[in-house]
Design a protein around this ligand. Structure first.
Ligand SMILES: [Zn+2]
Length: 448
């Protein structure tokens, strides 16, 4: 890899300058600001890097798609990324304007620097570096960069379904999200999500609790009872069958979980409380990554202002998010929650689904995953931390379930990238080692 890595180092200043140019182009999907212009810019960057690139329309913003064929190569790698960014507000908290990239403290500060333009652009520069030094890629490459990730990828599921042939590959490689605080990171999937809203309705208006207390329905109390029935006194989810499909961590998962560094003191300082998971890194990460969780994300009823107001609120509402692990299915879990409420006498509670994404996993000991781990080790000069999956949720199931591919994620942004927040950044080290990681990954995947 020396020649390729040398090319990356030689062209460092230009790569940074080009990234800054891309970061100057706003692409705020939530506000319809500059996204189409940004797609056009990504298209030319993709072509300049050496791919046969085109825009593929969707009902929303286009996918920038590129292909580089390598005749005789045994494998095809599909790289996913996104070129849209979060809104930059609140503007007054930025130390430099969000769309005027600023280099300081060894970082590039700008909206999209970490999430995801810096990481996405690193793939293009890896492509350029290999083609300019070797003349051809060791694998065939497909690039799929969407413009709607920050608004929950509304058109990506249909796009992937429709273009299964076009996207056919041997493995998906993607870079998004932050690295673990200890350094380079590789993860193999994510927890899923089921988001529900529970509503209990009573009278058609709030009632005086002196005039009606004890004789009128009391939605807030009823909702509290229904929610409380969902857990045992020890904090386990009491919804019948909730854990039925939860897989035990494999021996490889256990090894990986036990090797993730856990800095309990920093977590306590950051949160102001101690985590509830039992002692040790393995218990902490097993609970966080490989166990499902039922959480009340919002709870609303009645009077919440200063002082007292004696009413029976006429409606009570809860937002509930369920983090799902393999092999749980959002439809099945929603059914079980409905059945549980009915069985406990809360069949009148209205349950509305606000969103669902299935969980997704690639085995941590997958040979192509191991190839990527070797590549990241070469790029950084040390072994990455491995995560069986994220605690959070990304649409990884589109790759693993719809396309049926192993999917390996290698974030290039620092743990404190401040994505979605003011003063977002990527470190120059992360950007440059990201380019080297992608380049090395293509060779390691070819050789595996
Ligand atoms: Zn984001």
């Amino acid at each position: 890899m020396q020649d390729v890595f040398q090319y990356v180092e030689t062209h460092r200043a230009r790569f940074v300058e080009e990234l800054c140019t891309l970061l100057r182009q706003p692409s705020i999907s939530a506000q319809d600001v500059g996204v189409t212009e940004c797609a056009a810019r990504v298209l030319s960057l993709m072509s300049e890097a050496g791919a046969e690139a085109r825009l593929i329309p969707t009902p929303g913003y286009p996918v920038v798609y590129g292909q580089v064929s390598a005749p005789g190569a045994g494998r095809t790698v599909l790289i996913y990324g996104h070129y849209d960014v979060q809104p930059p507000e609140p503007l007054e908290l930025w130390e430099s304007p969000p769309f005027e990239p600023s280099l300081r403290n060894g970082r590039i500060y700008a909206r999209g620097a970490g999430d995801n333009k810096g990481q996405m652009f690193a793939h293009l520069k890896a492509l350029e570096a290999i083609l300019r030094t070797r003349g051809r890629l060791p694998v065939s490459l497909k690039l799929c960069f969407e413009g709607e990730e920050e608004i929950s990828s509304p058109n990506l599921p249909a796009f992937v379904q429709k273009h299964r042939k076009l996207l056919a590959a041997d493995v998906v490689y993607a870079s998004d999200g932050p690295m673990h605080p200890s350094g380079p990171t590789v993860f193999f999937g994510c927890r899923g999500l089921l988001y529900l809203e529970l509503t209990v309705a009573g009278a058609k208006r709030d009632l005086h609790s002196g005039n009606y207390g004890g004789v009128a329905p009391a939605p807030a109390g009823r909702l509290a009872q229904a929610l409380a029935s969902c857990w045992t006194s020890r904090g386990r989810v009491a919804v019948e069958g909730f854990y039925d499909r939860v897989k035990k961590p494999s021996p490889a998962d256990r090894r990986v979980l036990g090797a993730i560094p856990l800095d309990g003191r920093t977590i306590r300082q950051d949160l102001g409380v101690s985590p509830v998971a039992g002692p040790g890194a393995r218990a902490y990460y097993e609970r966080l990554l490989m166990q499902p969780n039922l959480n009340i994300a919002g709870l609303t009823a009645g009077y919440q202002g200063p002082g007292s107001k004696t009413i029976i609120p006429h409606v009570a509402r809860a937002k509930v998010d369920v983090r799902l692990v393999m092999d749980q299915d959002p439809d099945d879990i929603e059914e079980k929650i409905r059945a549980h409420l009915k069985r406990r006498g809360f069949g009148d509670i209205e349950v509305k689904r606000l969103g669902a994404v299935p969980p997704s996993r690639t085995p941590v000991d997958h040979p192509l995953g191991q190839a990527v781990v070797r590549a990241v080790t070469q790029a950084w000069g040390r072994r990455p931390v491995l995560f069986p999956n994220l605690g959070g949720t990304i649409p990884d199931y589109l790759f693993t379930r719809v396309l049926g591919l192993p999917s390996i994620w290698v974030p290039y942004a620092p743990h404190d990238e401040a994505n979605h927040a003011p003063n977002e950044s990527i470190t120059l080290e992360g950007f440059m080692n990201g380019i080297r990681s992608t380049a090395a990954a293509l060779f390691e995947i070819a050789a595996a």
